[in-house]
Ligand binder design. Sequence first.
Ligand code: AHR
Length: 487
Amino acid sequence: MSRRTFVAAAAATTLAACGGRGSSTSAGDKAGEGSAAGGFAPLNPLVKQRADAQIFRHTDGNYYMTASVPEYDRLILRRAPTLAGLSTAEEVVIWRRPTEGKMGGHIWAPELHEIDGRWYMYFAAGNAGQRPGDVFEIRTYVLQGPSGDVFKGEWSVLGQLETPWDSFNLDSTVFVHNGVRYICWAQREPGIDTNSNLYLAPLKTPTTLGAAPVRLTVPTLPWEIQGFKVAEAPAFLARNGKVFLTYSASATDSRYCLGLLTADEDADLMSAESWTKSPEPVFVTSELTGVYGPGHNSFTVDEQGRDVLIYHGRDYKDIVGDPLYDPNRHTRMQRLYYRPDGTPDFGIPVGNGEVPDRFTPASQPGVYLRHEDGKVLAGEGPLPDTQFRQKPGLAGEGTVSLEPVTAPGRFLRRLETGEVVIAENDGTATFAEQASFRRTAGLTEASGVSFAAVELANAYLRVVDGRLQVGAPASDAERAAATFLIS
Ligand code: AHR
């Protein structure tokens, strides 16, 4: 019986039977698969078998990461100077659950927060005990850590987060907005027949609320109640004059997905009426790219300051047994983009491999290369069709090949006519040569890139009449059409 069934049943009498995972070194403890190869983008999965990841870039320039481990028995930390570096960064255990009593059950979804110069770790924990359901007596606790270097110093249990109900609560996140520090969390509220709803309140001390919480959302929409009625894992983002809270909904299998609450940045965040819920999920399973159950996200920025979505997802749809005990929710990342109205466009989970980029011709600001019906065009189109992976070139060292996220296994290829198409790799040397390019600084903007055709002199990818071709740019305008700005 999964924890959600347990929670629903616990309202009655019987307690869930729940096996625990024996403690083992999960693959995530070893070198991950996400490190950048040969100066290319970070690779997804970024960190294997780490779910519910919180990754943030600190003012010290480092990236910090914590996450749930498959054994649900400890709190871990990683630090690296780059996002890709998190994949192979040393993983430090800062706390292990006790063998009995409170906090001796499942340890879930930690978040590290610096409050008034001191580090605190928020996490959800069940209890150890003889009753099968003890591990699911999930409540939110706070560890107090050191000031300064989070890896140097002691951690101690500060206490349990005080909420209005003694009920299942988890997935706390803390953020400051307009000078107020808030905490947002998921909790089961007596009298509401759901597994969890989202609540928000100002944080008075690290474990106490500064006001009665406001209930932000209850899972009622079809995509929120698949398997279980869930709103959990909130994450905060302020951009473009608005504030956003993503949350995760439904069962933790391939139906798990992201929802979005939006408010004006100057609204009263403690008023439920300030928040608008997106009627549809904003980020869901993609059979095309092979990512299932994307959710429990956090937000950060990459080394260039570009917004990044962090989330977990599996490589497969069908799960044997309780999804909660399937260890393969891997940490993943991709860039986050925005619509003209300033709201985030999450697109689709981009799948395993290099984190993709978008390419804007310097000659046409505001549009992107996109593929459609086998052609590569410059213009407006669905975000996923504008995302291309820069992969190590099929022609070998010093070359790059471009693979559309929504056409996995196909590549951008030049034809003898100079046309450029998206074609399946036929494994021939000719294909490898025609689908490989030497990346150079932009012909008209050093901050951009240009792609010189292999084995052709002075021939570059360039946009002509809205379509990508290969040819010799003979003017500044043509050189601008052969220069691409990456976002
Ligand atoms: O990963 C453990 C729990 O499962 C997390 O706290 C929750 O967000 C998810 O559903």
